[in-house]
Design a protein around this ligand. Structure first.
Ligand SMILES: Nc1ncnc2c1ncn2[C@@H]1O[C@H](COP(=O)(O)OP(=O)(O)O)[C@@H](O)[C@H]1O
Ligand SMILES: CC(=O)N[C@@H](CCC(=O)OP(=O)(O)O)C(=O)O
Length: 266
């Protein structure tokens, strides 16, 4: 059986993903690669909160989440984005099955000790659920919510962090983080340049220096965690069919640089 590739689709880019991106997913699936999608939806949550006059607040790229916010997060991620993605994939003949991390207790989390409210840190991933979906020939599409260890509480989990934990639990050969930038960017003499290869020490330094900010912070931290938990490759790239096909064909394996994607090495 072919290896597993986890694709994290960021909310930043979701609505701009071209038909070709979804066609590429269908092609890759038809060739036998086992794909798992974990999705975000930060901008759609922000819009809904704004409509409801609930303020949005982030600390290091993570949303401060009260009960009201959590209700909106669940409605938008599980009810809106998850079903939209499944429809979009199905339109292009990919076989997709939408779930949330709460279904079957796939993701178990504890409340973070940071002052973020109902934000969960993933403690356990039950790989049996995505594996069961894959075994029926479907691609799991996972919304990043988690249940507490007692099973009654629910938590908001950043989608990058959920994707990293799921990739590690599934023993994925690759984690592809699809976003609205081609990778980690840093200031250069003229404008910014893509950092093709980096390591944990440099990443922490870039966070301290304010080069990596906002939503890129959980992304790089999740990438490093996934690498240290045995995922061989994490690629941050834009949502183009070309990048996706290249990475899924293993063309970036063992190389430090791909034209539009930055590979993060532990
Ligand atoms: N050093 C950096 N390199 C690239 N992007 C960065 C960097 N620091 C902060 N960012 C921001 O991170 C954003 C991507 O994170 P985010 O908005 O959470 O995307 P997604 O919804 O795809 O997870 C970029 O659009 C950019 O504004
Ligand atoms: C705790 C936390 O920050 N959860 C995120 C979950 C969605 C997400 O991660 O979406 P993106 O991938 O588009 O950023 C949030 O509430 O926005």
């Amino acid at each position: 059986m072919e290896g597993i590739v986890v694709i994290k689709c960021g909310g930043s880019t979701m609505e701009q993903l071209p038909d070709r991106f979804f066609q590429a997913i269908a092609e890759i699936q038809q060739k036998g690669k086992q794909l798992v999608i974990v999705h975000g939806g930060g901008p759609a949550i922000n819009s809904m909160l704004e409509r409801l006059a609930i303020p949005s607040q982030f600390v290091d790229g993570l949303r401060v989440t009260c009960e009201d916010t959590l209700q909106v997060v669940e409605q938008v991620l599980c009810g809106q984005i998850n079903k939209w993605l499944v429809r979009r994939l199905s339109e292009h003949r990919a076989k997709a099955w939408g779930v949330s991390g709460m279904d079957g207790g796939m993701l178990t989390a504890v409340q973070t000790d940071k002052p973020l409210g109902l934000v969960g840190e993933v403690k356990k991933v039950d790989a049996a659920i995505p594996l069961a979906i894959l075994s029926h020939g479907y691609l799991p599409v996972i919304a990043p919510l988690a249940v507490g260890t007692e099973g009654s509480q629910k938590y908001n989990v950043n989608a990058d962090i959920a994707a990293g934990a799921i990739a590690a639990a599934l023993g994925a050969e690759s984690l592809i983080m699809v976003t609205d930038v081609p990778g980690i960017l840093a200031p250069k003499e003229e404008g910014t340049a893509l950092i093709p290869k980096t390591n944990p020490r440099e990443i922490e330094q870039m966070i301290q220096e304010g080069i990596i900010t906002g939503g890129m912070i959980p992304k790089v931290r999740a990438a490093l965690d996934a690498l240290s938990e045995g995922v061989p490759q994490v690629v941050i790239c834009r949502g183009t069919a070309e990048d996706l096909l290249r990475v899924c064909q293993g063309e970036t394996a063992g190389t430090a640089i791909v034209s539009k994607a930055a590979q993060v090495h532990a």
